[in-house]
Ligand binder design. Structure first.
Ligand code: KIV
Length: 269
């Protein structure tokens, strides 16, 4: 049996202006990665949102490189065809280009990722350049960058007035010029996302950034309704898995308590 063809970084980048928009989804473990691939995603992103989504943490600031590698290895084992991108968590690329490169190399070597993603604009160019210099592709991320939650004072839409929009646009241009192969645009007005999409030569992947981006990304658990947290405005829930989970678990508990489970069929003789 031949292995399925994997999406490569050059192929992903070449989708700028060609073909349908790119569909990207986060994944944090092997079963979710396998389901996402079977559903046809172009890329799997092991986001540091694993902190909020799976680990019960209030922000992504407590996610460590070891956490990311642990989850990314599981995703890597299941991945067959989608591009495989792993987030660099907070403080793994802020201490200088050499440290950023050492940490990015750990991600690639220990997980088999095709690329790393890091947040930020012009300030992050030296780190991006160092990682690219070692032949590791980098995906950028500007706008509402969750690792900046303390500075932003919460998760707020960025680039809402002319000056703020200029900063996000300049940041996107700076990292595109540095050589990122794609840019996540998170939490920015649709008009600004459209302008950035026209201004940069690489695909923009939107989340809460309107429909003009070259692709979209959602968090796995948001898309499937696997969380009890209220969905942000930009989420479309394609299923309500949490209700199904809770109902099934309730039935299991009732069956155990009423001695309806296990039945004869579920018992070895
Ligand atoms: O951490 C994450 O899941 C992300 C995406 C939402 C873009 O960065």
């Amino acid at each position: 049996m031949t292995a399925p063809r994997r999406m490569t970084v050059p192929e992903f980048r070449a989708r700028k202006g060609h073909g349908p928009p790119l569909a990207v989804l986060t994944a944090y473990d092997a079963p979710s990665a396998a389901a996402a691939e079977e559903g046809g995603v172009d890329a799997l992103l092991v986001g540091d949102s694993v902190g909020n989504v799976l680990l019960g943490q209030p922000t992504t600031l407590t996610v460590t490189l070891d956490d990311m590698i642990h989850h990314a290895r599981a995703v890597g084992r299941a991945r067959t065809s989608a591009l495989f991108v792993v987030d660099m968590p907070w403080m793994t690329y802020h201490l200088g280009p050499e440290d950023a490169l050492r940490n990015a190399a750990r991600v690639v070597r220990e997980t088999g990722a095709d690329a790393v993603k890091l947040e930020g604009g012009a300030k992050r160019v030296p780190a991006i350049r160092a990682i690219l210099d070692a032949e590791i592709p980098v995906m950028g991320h500007v706008g509402l960058t969750p690792q900046s939650v303390l500075r932003m004072g919460g998760y707020r839409v960025q680039g809402k007035d002319t000056d703020a929009a200029r900063i996000v646009l300049d940041d996107a241009r700076a990292i595109a010029e540095a050589g990122v192969f794609a840019i996540v645009l998170e939490g920015v007005p649709a008009e600004l996302a459209a302008e950035i999409t026209r201004a940069v030569p690489v695909p923009t992947i939107g989340i809460g950034a309107g429909g003009a981006c070259d692709g979209q990304v959602l968090v796995f658990h948001d898309l499937l309704g696997m969380t009890s947290a209220p969905a942000p405005r930009f989420v479309r829930r394609y299923a309500d898995i949490r209700t199904i989970q809770v109902e099934a678990i309730r039935r299991y508990c009732d069956d155990v308590r009423e001695r309806r489970f296990p039945s004869d069929r579920e018992t070895y003789r």
